[in-house]
Design a protein around this ligand. Structure first.
Ligand code: GCU
Length: 702
């Protein structure tokens, strides 16, 4: 047995007295059919107290209360650190009479306790015999909340913000709602260890003392769960908050202001994680306002954080309206700065080069940096994938990015390997997911959107896990262990992202959304900027469809290493699921199937419609395994989704038909609504939270 050097603090957790709850209110329901219990449903886990137990006590309580096996569980803190386990990893030894979980830290034991419960609830315990060692792939596994201080959530589809800034009691932390502890425990159970509380389009006020005291209160509630707090900053804060004349990162007064602000934060929150920054992007202020670079700005903040161990996550989401190809801009703007960033700066890059579209190639910036630490940002909230109306399990999309080979240092330099620090040594590794959590009773709006929160955490801990495994384990804990249920709904979940690609924008099409809510088709839509108009991306015309990014077009293919550059550049080798991303093709272009581009496009949309329609049937076939409330909540949404799929096809294909002049091929259902009518619908124009679905045209399912 390899576990040695155990402390004398050995806890035999099974049978421990449940810790006295100092909760002010136990709000978590035990009915379990409103979805509030998340993936703790099968355990019927009680709501934790707002404040009280230590990390170790939470781990002990997990086992004491919810461990069902006769085999006892020991939770042991290693006396001397076992190097391979790092600060958060754990080992579980199943070989003895007792099950022994060990870790170098209390939080490692907490993660071990959740792992044991997960194995129990997914019937995987019997299969364990030797030692299970588990260490997170990324050190910082962070959620990004796009929550505004006024309680709204940008691209949030689950009600308002969870953070009730007006109500948070900074003087008596235990008196706060225990929803914050519930939130922290949910994150800890899937290994998420950081949370950025406020929107990247940041209000500078978050850095005022009043707010920081409330942030401190939240940090205290989250701390026992290993969850660190981070904030988004507004680069112009010195001007806004201190009336300085400038926010120039090279100005001495500005530097002094940030240093003092950071010191103030660490006095309140000694384990503060650091800052997320959106600078010189979509109207946000930044160092370029003063003729400085992203590196100047990031390093100034990084230097202030460095003595305290904090990091800067500086976003690469930059583009300017004049550029002929938005997809190229992050590389163009950031590559000249490679090597200039401080070593506590990570460049946070969206998975694709444009903006969280249902399918994009990976952002080429991941494969370009030689001396700069990169981290992936994925979007958990479904801005472009049907909001909280559509069931789309997004793990396949994120894994597609992490598994993409950049070929930066030969084969195997995947986005995952690079950002895990396996290709070039990184001082820090991190991953970010834009949260889908709001104050809806079921947290995420759609019951199945919870699976995306769950999957993000599981993936950030272990990117090797398959979509199927994550979907199945989530279903077993959240809904039912019945084999028929898990088999059929698990397949539905795994197929759902590709279905969404097919009914929204297949074959590499992108950004054909109606703006600015990004719900529904609008390939004709106009905006105040050309690069916010769908035509910028689809380029539909009499001669064909798609964005020419080859060497004869925008040349974006050159941002990829060989063999990808040539593969994407040549229409004969370009993967067809990205063909209209990289090529502008005639409507009668011959696809690999032998069909014309037009026919293939129409039939792929139809296939997406068929998939969405089949999801309704699958769900109906498992009714007996699901409680009534969640069954009907999901059913209503699946029907909406199947109708939306037809709407999307009707609008997009009829719009393109004006250019192609071609008819629907055999195998496609006739259009239900006419283009002129569809072009009149404007929904959710100013309200990001609640697309007004009642204004949609009437669609019928057969
Ligand atoms: C998208 C999204 C915005 C968001 C931005 C970002 O453009 O529509 O709401 O602010 O991404 O990631 O910063």
């Amino acid at each position: 047995m390899r576990i040695k050097n155990l402390t004398s603090i050995t806890f035999v957790a099974a049978g421990l007295l449940a810790l006295a709850s100092c909760s002010n209110n136990n709000t978590r329901t035990t009915i379990g059919d409103d979805g509030h219990l998340l993936w703790f449903n099968s355990l019927q886990m009680e709501a934790p107290a707002t404040l009280g137990p230590t990390t170790l006590q939470i781990a002990q309580e997990n086992i004491a209360k919810y461990w069902k096996s006769d085999r006892k569980v020991e939770l042991k803190l290693n006396n001397e650190a076992v190097a391979e386990l790092g600060t958060e990893g754990f080992e579980i030894d199943f070989s003895g009479a007792n099950i022994c979980a060990s870790a170098n830290s209390e939080v490692g034991l907490l993660y071990a306790s959740y792992e044991l419960l997960r194995l129990q609830e997914t019937d995987e315990l019997a299969a364990q015999n030797g030692k299970l060692t588990s260490v997170p792939a990324f050190e910082r596994r962070v959620l990004n909340h796009w929550d505004n201080l006024d309680g709204t959530v940008e691209r949030g589809f689950a009600g308002h913000s969870l953070w009730k800034w007006d109500e948070i009691n900074a003087d008596d932390v235990a008196a706060n709602s225990n929803i914050y502890a519930e939130y922290a425990s949910a994150n800890a159970s899937v290994g998420i260890n950081g949370t950025v509380l406020n929107n990247v389009n940041a209000n500078a006020d978050i850095l005022t003392e009043d707010y920081l005291l409330k942030v401190k209160a939240l940090a205290e509630i989250f701390r026992p769960y290993g969850l660190k707090v981070y904030l988004s900053l507004n680069f112009a804060a010195p001007k806004h908050l201190a009336n300085l004349e400038t926010s120039d990162p090279l100005d001495n007064e500005v530097v002094a202001w940030w240093n003092a602000k950071v010191a103030e934060i660490y006095k309140l929150i000694p384990d503060f994680g650091g800052f997320l920054v959106k600078a010189n992007s979509e109207g946000q202020s930044g160092p370029q306002d003063y003729g400085r670079t992203h590196a100047d700005g990031a390093n100034m903040i990084a230097k202030a954080l460095e003595p305290f161990g904090g990091i800067v996550m500086w976003r690469a989401f930059v583009y300017d309206a004049q550029s002929p190809d938005r997809a190229k801009q992050a590389v163009e703007e950031f590559m000249p700065l490679d090597g200039q960033f401080a070593d506590n700066v990570l460049i946070q890059i969206k998975n694709g080069p444009v903006d969280f579209q249902p399918r994009e190639p990976f952002s080429p910036l991941f494969g370009q940096f030689e001396k700069t630490q990169a981290m992936v940002e994925v979007q958990i909230t479904q801005e472009y994938l049907g909001h909280s109306n559509h069931l789309v399990f997004m793990h396949p999309m994120w894994k597609e990015c992490l598994d993409s080979d950049t070929y930066e240092r030969g084969e195997g330099s995947t986005v995952g390997a690079i950002t895990e620090g396996k290709v070039m040594p990184y001082k820090y590794t991190a991953i970010a997911g834009v949260s889908n959590v709001g104050n809806d009773r079921n947290w995420c709006g759609h019951h199945f959107a919870q699976a995306n929160w769950y999957a993000y955490g599981r993936m950030a801990w272990n990117p090797e896990l398959s979509s199927e495994q994550i979907a199945n384990e989530w279903l077993m804990q959240t809904f039912s262990k019945e084999k028929k249920f898990v088999d059929s709904v698990g397949k539905l979940m795994v197929a759902s992202r590709e279905a969404c690609v097919k009914y929204e924008m297949p074959l590499g099409l992108h950004h054909t959304f109606k703006g600015p809510d990004h719900y529904g088709p609008g390939p004709w839509d106009r905006s105040i900027r050309p690069d916010w108009e769908p035509a910028y991306y689809h380029k539909a015309a009499a001669d064909g469809l798609g964005f020419d990014r080859t060497m004869k077009g925008s040349g974006a293919v050159a941002q990829y290493h060989e063999p990808l550059k040539s593969l994407y550049n040549d229409v004969a080798t370009c993967p067809e699921n990205l063909i209209l991303w990289f090529h502008h093709l005639p409507w009668d272009y011959k696809m690999k199937s032998g069909r014309t581009l037009w026919d293939e496009l129409c039939l792929t949309f139809q296939s997406g419609i068929n998939d969405a329609r089949s999801f309704v049937d699958i769900w109906n076939s498992v009714e007996q395994y699901v409680d009534h409330q969640r069954f009907s909540d999901v059913k209503v949404r699946l029907e909406r989704q199947a109708k939306d799929a037809i709407w999307w096809r009707d609008a997009t294909i009829q719009y393109f038909q004006q250019f192609s002049g071609m008819a629907l091929p055999d195998g496609c259902q006739p259009f239900q609504q006419k283009l002129e009518k569809l072009m009149k619908y404007r929904i959710g124009i100013t309200n990001y939270e609640n697309p007004k679905i009642e204004t949609l045209p009437e669609y019928k399912l057969d």
